[in-house]
Structure formats: C-alpha cells, structure tokens
Design a protein around this ligand. Structure first.
Ligand code: S3P
Length: 172
C-alpha cells in the first residue's frame, strides 16, 4: 500500500517523520496544512482568524478528499484535528490507505508544544499553566479518532529514524 497517512496530535512529529519516511520509501511527501495553504493562498492561522474553525474544517475535508483520490503514492501528514471532523476518520480505514497513529504522551506533547504554541491557533491563547489540562482533555477526546488508524506507533523516547524503521517494518 503506497498511500501512507500519518496521524497524531499537534507536536507528535508527523511532519518530521513523514519527510524521513518518504525519503526512505522514495515516495513524495505532502503535509495537509501546506496543501490547504497552497489551495487557499492563506496561512492556517489566517483562515482560523478570518473565517473561523468551522470553515477551516470544511476546507480541510475537501482538500483531503481531493488529494487522496487524485494521488496514488504518497506519504501525507494530516493536521492534528483532521481525523476528528467531517468523518475524515473513515478514510483511515480505506483498503488503499495505510494509516499510522504517532502516539505521544501528554507530558511529551506539553513540553514540545509549550515552546511553539504561537503558530498553532488551537493553543496559541492558552497560558503555560492551562496547556497541560487542555492537552490532557483534548487528547482524550481525539484518541477515539486517532485509534481508528491501521497501526499505532508509540514515539516517546525514540529517535526519528527508529520510528521510521518501525513504520517500514509494519508496512512489509
Ligand atoms: C490543528 C493542528 C494543526 C492545524 C490546525 C489545527 C488541530 O496541524 O491543522 O492548526 O486541530 O490540532 P498540526 O498538527 O500539523 O500542527
């Protein structure tokens, strides 16, 4: 299966792992947020601020479906919320898709996201002390959707290349 989709919370390393995996498998790499930004000629933060999250989720759903149906071989990193809206999680189970959930602990996500929250509209306005509780609850809600992926790889404490090798083994 050569339609590979990476799923996980913000900060789980979808883009880093996706790029490395695509090099290893010699497949083109795409990031859904980049596809949306190209399509709309707007940044994700602008779309959230000017059009709101509901509109963003509609655009995200359309761009995702068009992309999967019109490309045969790729590694695609989704946004952290993508599987949780508009029945996008059903795509993760398609016969022609190999979906991977990059499972990351709350403490690891908190420490990664505290450093880079300003580019992430969902958490940009939270104080450092609010982020912990927000991520714990949010991850709990979203896990239901992430767990629909065909395979789950725990990423805590692993080097990017170890994670990539694990995914490649599961693909074989
Ligand atoms: C979002 C995650 C972001 C981006 C948007 C919404 C989310 O992607 O799609 O800001 O709801 O978790 P990353 O997971 O690549 O940061």
């Amino acid at each position: 299966m050569r339609k590979i989709i990476l799923v996980g919370y913000m900060g789980s390393g979808k883009t880093t792992i996706g790029k490395l995996l695509s090099e290893k498998l010699q497949l083109p790499f795409f990031d859904l947020d980049d596809l949306i930004e190209n399509e709309t000629q707007n940044t994700i933060s602008q779309i959230f601020a000017e059009q709101g999250e509901i509109k963003f989720r509609k655009i995200e759903h359309t761009v995702l479906n068009q992309f999967i149906d019109s490309n045969d071989e790729f590694v695609l990193s989704l946004g952290g919320g993508t599987p949780c809206y508009a029945n996008n999680h059903l795509l993760l189970q398609r016969d022609d898709v190999f979906s991977v959930y990059l499972k990351t602990s709350i403490s690891e996500l908190v420490s990664r996201l505290q450093k880079e929250k300003k580019h992430r509209p969902i958490i940009a306005n939270l104080s450092d002390s609010e982020i912990d509780e927000f991520i714990a609850k949010h991850l709990f809600d979203r896990s239901y959707f992430y767990n629909q992926s065909k395979t789950i790889v725990s990423v805590d404490g692993k080097l990017p290349l170890e994670i990539v090798n694990e995914i490649v083994e599961k693909l074989a």
